[in-house]
Ligand binder design. Structure first.
Ligand code: DAH
Length: 336
């Protein structure tokens, strides 16, 4: 039996040394260790031995089996490593990389960047203010005392009696002038909130406020700056008109219309047949506002304006439902 075992072990050793790939190794394994393998069958012959010799013989056979199994595993691991290395060798570093899908800026961000870019190029600086605002800054300091009828125009989200979500970016005017001496020229983009929801209103939307205050700032400056803005934004040949209006914090006030971008002024559904579209409110800062921030209205003057970013984006891209901006449908967002 011992001889037989040595003989078989040597045979297995030889088979192992000539095996070159995974298949051949598997063959060696089944040949010697499989259910009908030569070493396996040897165990079955233990019964033919005298009883005292069986334990030792069994042990020897198992040792031989284990040692062969280890060697086969070893060789398999080596082959696997070699295969992996070969795979690396076939890697072609000159192949072009796989493109990762790239996101795009949200149209509101895009238009916001464009508008702020136009004004910063003219020398305006960017300012910000809180979205959770005091009634004082949102209304009172803007010449809208508690019983002022203009407050009705804003459907306000109140948090407490005197804390609210700002309904416009105009409070940034007050906060900035409180902190800085004139001259100041500021642009203030940000979120605003109103209790309103339909095809052209969402409870949250974006505005950009702007103002320029200093000595001798006149209505001509307002007209010059805003005309330049419109021409950058909508094209140099876009017709524009200033229409008298009213805001409590400006006097005089004007709304600015551009020629309808849909019908080019002929009159259509979008412009209600007028040929014009309103794009922003503006005016000369009211003396009462200057007094609120400690500026002397005899010394300084200035203009201010405010516009809705979504509205500008809608006009620029011909979008007819403001809610599309906030549905996050990638098919819509991808187009910008
Ligand atoms: N705050 C106004 C609104 O939300 C817009 C506005 C109008 C801002 C005239 C101004 C301005 O600064 O001068 O409707």
């Amino acid at each position: 039996m011992k001889e037989k075992l040595e003989h078989l072990s040597a045979e297995a050793e030889r088979a192992l040394s000539t095996a070159e790939d995974r298949n051949q190794l598997m063959q060696v394994r089944s040949q010697f260790l499989g259910r009908k393998g030569k070493l396996t069958l040897l165990i079955r012959q233990l019964g033919t031995l005298p009883e005292q010799e069986r334990p030792l013989a069994g042990q020897l056979i198992n040792q031989a089996k284990n040692s062969l199994a280890d060697k086969i595993d070893h060789r398999l691991a080596a082959i696997k490593e070699k295969e992996e290395n070969q795979q690396q060798e076939t890697l072609d570093p000159t192949l072009p990389g796989r493109r990762l899908p790239r996101g795009s800026t949200h149209p509101v961000t895009h238009v916001n960047d464009e508008i702020t870019g136009i004004f910063t190029a003219m020398g305006f600086q960017i300012a910000e203010g809180p979205e959770v605002e005091l009634d004082f800054y949102n209304f009172e300091a803007l010449n809208m005392p508690p019983d002022h009828p203009a407050r009705d125009m804003h459907d306000t989200f109140y948090i407490t009696e005197d804390v609210l979500l700002r309904t416009h970016t105009s409070p940034v005017q007050i906060r900035t002038m409180e902190k800085h001496k004139p001259p100041v020229s500021i642009i203030a983009p940000g979120r605003v909130y109103r209790r309103d929801s339909d095809i052209s209103h969402t409870p949250m939307f974006h505005q950009i406020e702007g103002f320029m205050v200093g000595e001798d700032i006149s209505f001509s400056h307002l007209k010059g700056v805003l005309t330049a803005f419109v021409h950058h934004m909508f094209g140099a040949d876009c017709a524009i008109r200033f229409r008298p209006s009213f805001f409590p914090f400006t006097e005089p006030s004007a709304e600015i219309d551009i020629q309808c971008v849909i019908c080019a002024g002929k009159g259509c559904r979008v412009c209600s047949g007028s040929g014009w579209l309103e794009i922003l409110g503006s005016g000369m800062v009211h003396p009462a506002v200057f007094k609120m921030v400690g500026y002397d209205p005899e010394q300084v003057s200035g203009f201010a304006f405010g516009m809705g970013i979504e509205r500008i984006a809608m006009l620029k891209y011909g979008i007819d439902d403001i809610r599309l901006f906030f549905e996050n449908d990638v098919r819509f967002l991808d187009q910008f």
